[in-house]
Design a protein around this ligand. Structure first.
Ligand code: GDP
Length: 295
């Protein structure tokens, strides 16, 4: 897992200086650990639960040395994140992937990167510009389609997103596409509209492309910390979410948000964005993440 340098410096260096700086496991020790984990955006719920487990282990195993707490903590975080191995079924079957996210989180960039990655894997990919609210969004997606060398199905600004999806499904079938990636809206301030829009899109797919495997991915900006968690919860109310694309991990010391997302929402992070270039998207594995963080 690349892009974790800042997070590692923040959380892990912080933790390690606590483990080496304290000579006894006391209340101050736990308080400093708590602060470090929360500052790293591990989430309050997860932090509290991890610390409870640590206290229990310290008591039961008669741990006296703070440095012995390190492995206990790592194991506990690993367990909290464990949602089983990530499945990428859409890479193996005819699929429709809906991508949702508010402006600026890196949605368009992530779609471009994903298209490029799937194409490099030998897949035939089509993009659908179903976020029709802004002309700039359609234009930007078109640029990414060119960059990745995949087809784009678009209509003009303000057209019905469901109509774009309808066209895109027809194109996916006639061109024998493996993966249809749909850029959809993410206007959370109007959740009712968003919900209706996604429902309508899903109904079209149910009807026109029932055989397709489906994913609905939410794009979250890793630098926004706990706000990302709030956004994810709101999207979960609007549609059944199957995974997260967590962007801008390269620019943040708050990569602990990946722990919070998996442990508190129970939704797998499927990809992480680690830069602005087309190949800066990585598949996510929580096991690798914990290993890379605490190497
Ligand atoms: P959208 O409005 O959600 O479609 O966001 P964009 O895809 O236009 O991205 C917004 C900005 O974030 C752009 O400047 C991207 O280059 C940048 N960006 C997207 N993903 C990443 C990432 O993983 N790392 C970094 N450093 N920047 C990113």
């Amino acid at each position: 897992v690349a892009g974790l340098t800042k997070t590692r410096e923040n959380i892990v260096s912080g933790m390690d200086s606590i483990f080496s700086g304290f000579s006894a496991i006391d209340e101050d020790f736990y308080e400093e650990l708590e602060e470090t984990l929360i500052m790293g955006d591990m989430g309050i719920q997860t932090t509290m639960s991890v610390l409870e487990e640590l206290k229990k282990a310290v008591k039961e195993q008669h741990i006296k040395d703070p440095s012995q707490c390190r492995q206990v903590l790592i194991d506990s975080i690993r367990k909290k994140m464990d949602l089983g191995e990530n499945a990428y079924e859409f890479e193996h079957r005819k699929s429709v992937v809906l991508v949702i996210g508010v402006n600026g989180v890196g949605k368009t960039t992530s779609i471009g990167k994903l298209a490029d990655q799937l194409k490099s894997d030998g897949k035939r990919v089509i993009l659908a510009a179903a976020d029709t609210f802004r002309a700039a969004a359609i234009e930007q997606l078109s640029e990414w389609a060119d960059r990745a060398g995949v087809d784009l199905i678009a209509q003009k600004e303000g057209s019905d997103p469901a109509a774009v999806i309808y066209d895109a499904i027809a194109a996916a079938k006639s061109r024998n596409a493996d993966v249809l990636i749909c850029d959809t809206a993410g206007r959370l301030h109007n959740k009712k509209n968003l919900m209706e829009e996604l429902k309508k899109i899903n109904r079209i797919i149910d009807k026109e492309y029932p055989e397709a495997y489906r994913e609905t991915l939410v794009v979250l900006d890793g630098t926004t910390g706990q706000n990302a968690l709030v956004q994810a919860r709101q999207f979960m109310e609007a549609a059944p979410i199957t995974g997260i694309i967590l962007t801008k991990l390269d620019g943040t010391a708050k990569g602990g948000i990946a722990v919070a997302i998996q442990s508190e929402l129970g939704i797998p992070v499927k990809y992480v964005g680690v830069g602005e270039k087309i190949d800066d998207l990585q598949k996510f594995s929580s096991g690798d993440f914990v290993n890379a963080l605490f190497q």
